[in-house]
Write a protein that binds this ligand. Structure first.
Ligand SMILES: Nc1nc2c(ncn2[C@@H]2O[C@H](COP(=O)(O)OP(=O)(O)OP(=O)(O)O)[C@@H](O)[C@H]2O)c(=O)[nH]1
Ligand SMILES: [Zn+2]
Length: 229
């Protein structure tokens, strides 16, 4: 039985300010958030982060009066709030628009090579990679760009790749109203490449298969073939 794709939209519509922004996801998949800070306006967050980052730069011994460095605390704060971590703000959660599947397209649909820019939550350095997502349409098809937008929404947070993969898969299952979803992410972690073990050649692969992708090896292999694996 297909779940009504309006369920997620209805839930989000009725979510109150006190709800966790990931309240639609199972508890273990929610990004750990501090309840009092989530609702602060962007301008307040940028001002506070800017102040703290300035202190970090001073501790490093940098001259904040230098004309090239003077604006850096504000630049970094703006980048964190409005770009790198914009997925922490539920105002940026994409609306997943569905269309009636009048043409009865029922084969595999793959959106491949979706750019992933994220950040490792342990070291706050970039995770860069590609996501490949697929689903089997039922009564509805999704506007293609919404698949990219869902990936980007969850990527633009401090992350671990496993949770990112599972959040995307769960969100797609809910919003598409089908369990037949596959998510595959391959990414380079700057925390592994540029420090610690300093390994510039290893990369990390994660995947999430559900519904027919779990039951049907042929379908899963076709997905993997289509993404060049
Ligand atoms: N499971 C998982 N681990 C990650 C991810 N990104 C980074 N890590 C790891 O998080 C771990 C943090 O381990 P710690 O031992 O606390 O940190 P550390 O001393 O900086 O570790 P090293 O990187 O080994 O120097 C490291 O092993 C990282 O490689 C991710 O997406 N998933
Ligand atoms: Zn890291």
């Amino acid at each position: 039985m297909e779940k009504n794709p309006d369920d997620l939209a209805a839930h989000l519509l009725h979510a109150t300010a006190n709800d966790h922004p990931d309240a639609h996801l199972p508890a273990g998949l929610r990004t750990p958030l501090h309840p009092e800070v989530v609702d602060r306006p962007d301008e307040e967050k940028i001002a506070a982060i800017s102040k703290h980052f300035r202190a970090i730069m001073l501790e490093l011994g940098l001259d904040l009066d230098d004309d090239s460095l003077a604006g850096t605390p504000h630049r970094v704060a703006k980048m964190f709030v409005q770009e790198w971590f914009k997925g922490l703000n539920p105002a940026h959660r994409p609306e997943v628009r569905l269309f009636e599947n009048r043409y009865q397209y029922q084969q595999l649909l793959v959106e491949r090579d979706i750019t992933v820019f994220s950040a490792c939550e342990h070291h706050f350095v970039p995770i860069v990679g590609k996501a490949h997502v697929a689903y089997l349409p039922g009564q509805h098809v999704v506007g293609l760009s919404k698949l990219n937008r869902v990936v980007q929404y969850y990527a633009r947070r401090p992350q671990v790749q496993e949770r990112l993969t599972r959040q995307i898969a769960e969100h797609l299952r809910l919003s598409l109203g089908t369990p037949d979803v596959a998510v595959y992410i391959e990414a380079d972690h700057l925390c592994v490449m540029s420090r610690g073990v300093n390994d510039t050649s290893s990369s990390t692969i994660t995947s999430d298969y559900s519904g027919k992708f779990l039951e049907d090896n042929q379908l899963r292999n076709e997905f993997l073939r289509q993404i060049g694996k």
